[in-house]
Design a binder for this molecule. Structure first.
Ligand code: UT7
Length: 334
């Protein structure tokens, strides 16, 4: 059986920086409230006309990942695109990447697992590589949140948290014992509507929304039961990291770098304390980008690597929790 290994990483975030102070001019919030509850200081938002979409940001991140992986784009056997904000309702954004990267008829698949999307994609890539079906897989996590958020005071509990951006990795077949050790995935669909965008959807088609002509209807904005999400997140993050460690007969003190999905700095700090990790064993960049959902782990992984915080032989743990609810972890011997 083959092993899979991350051999290249890249990220792209829009240039437009939106600070907490900027938000105070459009909604009733404050820098202090946002920093105290989330750790976020600023995020990036696509600016109308800057040419960025979920797919094009993914392409920019992917080009860097492919170059660093030192592979030819035509050697990519599969594109996995994780997002909750695809360019179109259908088709998925993966096919746009296939076209924009100009890789003739390369299969492309979108993964719809929100904040856990990157971990789900990594696990999917690992299976295709282990079976021998594919050798090189491009994974992208990308989100365009900003255009679809309620940027009024009514939406402040959700909209201050999310940012736009993309990360990408190239995963390849490897013959040595380094690479992905295991992945662990879970979901609990009874919580589907606790963090969701209800409509437009097949549950609530656009004509129905228009016909209702209800000015109170805000189902087309994401809604979140923040406290419930928070409480579940701290439990599930801990469980799924522990599950991965136990599966590999490892213990928390053997973790060299934990890269949690950037949901909330308070959640990351809780996990850090729980596993007894030092500040330099946990990578956080939510301060600068907010929560970029499927983009968050590949962006953070790229930055941690660029900052030389991950070394060959390190045990790197990735973990995520989010809408679905879905959660998962991946353990990597770097
Ligand atoms: O990626 C996974 C997805 N998301 C998460 O992991 C998020 C998990 N949840 C959270 O991070 C937190 O629940 C939030 C940061 C979203 C909210 O923090 P909270 O401590 O749970 O606040 P809350 O929703 O209970 O709101 C407390 C108060 C409310 O006012 P009252 O009712 O006490 O008067 C809110 O209206 O804070 C108010 N509030 C705000 N005030 C200023 C909510 N949002 C804001 C805001 N600025 N942006």
């Amino acid at each position: 059986m083959y092993n899979s290994k991350i051999i290249g990483m890249g990220k792209y975030v829009p240039e437009n920086v939106v600070t907490n102070e900027d938000l105070t001019s459009i909604m009733d919030t404050s820098h202090e409230w946002i920093v105290e509850r989330t750790g976020i200081e600023e995020r990036r938002h696509i600016k109308k006309g800057d040419g960025n979409t979920t797919a094009t940001m993914g392409v920019k991140a992917a080009k860097i990942a492919i170059e660093r992986a030192k592979i030819d784009k035509n050697d990519i056997d599969l594109i996995l695109f994780a997002t909750l904000s695809p360019d179109y309702y259908f088709p998925g954004s993966g096919v746009i990447v296939q076209h924009q990267l100009d890789i003739p008829s390369c299969p492309a698949m979108d993964i719809r697992n929100q904040c856990s999307g990157f971990i789900y994609a990594l696990s999917t890539a690992d299976q295709f590589i282990k079976t021998g079906m594919y050798k090189n897989i491009l994974i992208i996590g990308s989100e365009n949140h900003s255009g679809g958020l309620d940027m009024s005071t009514r939406g402040r509990g959700v909209s201050v948290i999310f940012g736009d951006g993309a990360g990408a990795v190239a995963v390849s077949r490897s013959d040595d014992d380094k690479g992905l050790l295991s992945t662990h995935l879970h979901s609990e669909g009874q919580f589907a509507e606790e963090l969701a965008l209800i409509g437009p959807s097949t549950n609530r088609w656009v004509p129905e929304i228009l016909e209702a002509n209800d000015s109170e209807d805000i189902s087309y904005y994401p809604n979140m039961n923040g406290q419930l999400v928070f409480k579940n997140a701290v439990v599930r993050f801990s469980e799924v990291i522990m599950e991965g460690l136990q599966h590999n007969q490892l213990t928390p003190d053997q973790i060299d770098m934990l890269i949690p999905h950037q949901a909330n700095l308070r959640i990351s700090q809780f996990i850090q304390r729980k596993f007894g990790l030092s500040d330099d064993q946990v990578y956080n960049n939510i301060m600068r980008y907010g929560n970029t959902t499927a983009g968050s782990i590949p962006i953070a992984l790229t930055e941690a690597w660029e900052e030389d915080k991950i070394k060959s032989g390190d045990l790197v743990v990735l973990a995520a929790f989010g809408s679905g609810f879905t959660w998962g972890s991946a353990l990597i011997r770097w």
